[in-house]
Design a binder for this molecule. Structure first.
Ligand SMILES: [Zn+2]
Length: 82
């Protein structure tokens, strides 16, 4: 009987940790965005942007996602310098 109670408590702890982890990850996302959306890292400022909000730059036949036009321009400038 005690063993059963222990198992129940352990299961409840796992549930709380899982609940806390999902809530924590939800906070790191931009507000108002549902979880599970595809995010891309802006290579200039390091910000994570969702595919819908991102400014998409086509560079060397690959897509690069930016948070704003300024970051896209900065990225282009660094490519020109090389
Ligand atoms: Zn940026």
């Amino acid at each position: 009987m005690i063993r059963l109670l222990f198992l129940f408590l352990a299961g409840y702890c796992v549930y709380l940790i899982f609940k806390g982890a999902t809530r924590k990850s939800a906070q790191t996302r931009p507000p108002g965005k549902p979880a599970g959306e595809i995010t891309h890292k802006d290579p200039v400022c390091g910000m994570y942007v969702t595919e819908d909000d991102a400014v998409v730059g086509r560079l060397d036949d690959r897509k690069v996602y930016f948070c704003s036009m300024e970051c896209l321009e900065k990225y282009r400038e660094t490519l020109v310098d090389k």
